[in-house]
Design a protein around this ligand. Structure first.
Ligand SMILES: [Zn+2]
Length: 293
């Protein structure tokens, strides 16, 4: 097992990184050719994307130096000691790996809810939601603090499930690609997205999660599979993308969303979920049960 772990980090660097960078570039191109929502940010789309990527730099460091290697070390240890739920199941290793990935996605459904419900976690996750437009670069806009806090959670999860090191790395790559996909501003043909959404979290679905209407934000928590939201009745697909205002109502001023201010935002007093004029954005549930244009 030590030999295997020896190959896994290079596998992430030499396979995962090009896959993620390639996915990012393809989605960047697709969303430029077929945009879904109109931009509201006054910065040019390119400057906004660069700002998100620069902001993400510390998070990338945390990802590479802590969020991946620490749970990975736990996965190697769990494999060596037959520790965790999956080691109890007499399944083919490929099936065990697939089950581990599905379990992890389900666990992240709950982690995402926790990042909204826990006042401490929200301080950090808020930064991600303050983007005034949403596109593939929003998938990188995470405060390093949020990723650092998730190291503990992910390590505990590895030990509980006993997910193998290779499955963990495959999960990481799929998870990141799924995040890029559903944050992207790519207007998929509606018929195709409706079919895809039966299984996966899609751009229109996640766009509703980034709405300034709280009831809409409190829905669509999934990352890879849409199944969990359907299972727990937290799926909302009744809002047209044209009707959505992306962001957090109390943080609408671009001058407050510069790099330095975003880094400090978790350590400042958090504002209530209302517009600067005190109004709370509302929208009645729409009589739709399908994703709309
Ligand atoms: Zn969220």
């Amino acid at each position: 097992m030590m030999d295997l772990s020896f190959f896994i980090i290079p596998a992430l660097d030499f396979v995962g990184t090009p896959v993620l960078a390639g996915t990012f570039l393809v989605l960047l191109w697709l969303q430029a050719r077929h945009p879904l929502r109109h931009p509201s940010f006054s910065l040019s789309p390119l400057r906004r994307i660069v700002r998100n990527l620069v902001f993400a730099a510390p998070a990338f460091v945390v990802l590479r130096l802590a969020l991946v290697p620490i749970p990975l070390a736990a996965a190697v240890w769990a494999a060596q000691h037959d520790f965790g739920l999956l080691h109890r199941l007499p399944l083919h290793p490929v099936l065990t790996g697939a089950l581990g990935i599905i379990l992890f996605d389900y666990a992240y459904y709950w982690w995402h809810i926790a990042t909204h419900r826990s006042p401490l976690l929200w301080r950090f996750h808020n930064v991600h939601h303050t983007d005034l437009d949403m596109d593939v670069s929003t998938a990188t806009r995470f405060h390093a603090g949020e990723l650092l806090l998730s190291v503990v959670w992910r390590t505990v999860l590895v030990l509980l499930t006993g997910i193998g090191p290779l499955a963990l790395i495959v999960f990481e790559i799929i998870f990141e690609c799924a995040g890029q996909f559903h944050h992207s501003n790519w207007r998929l043909p509606l018929g195709i997205e409706r079919v895809l959404q039966k299984l996966f979290v899609t751009p229109r679905m996640h766009g509703i999660h980034h709405s300034i209407v709280l009831r809409e934000t409190n829905s669509n928590w999934g990352t890879i599979f849409s199944l969990w939201d359907r299972l727990h009745h937290s799926q909302r697909i009744d809002v047209s993308q044209d009707a959505i205002t992306i962001g957090v109502p109390a943080y609408r001023d671009e001058t407050e969303l510069t790099l330095g201010k975003l880094l400090l935002l978790p350590f400042r007093k958090q504002r209530p979920w209302q517009l600067p004029n005190g109004e709370v954005p509302e929208r009645e549930p729409q009589p739709m049960n399908e994703l709309s244009a």
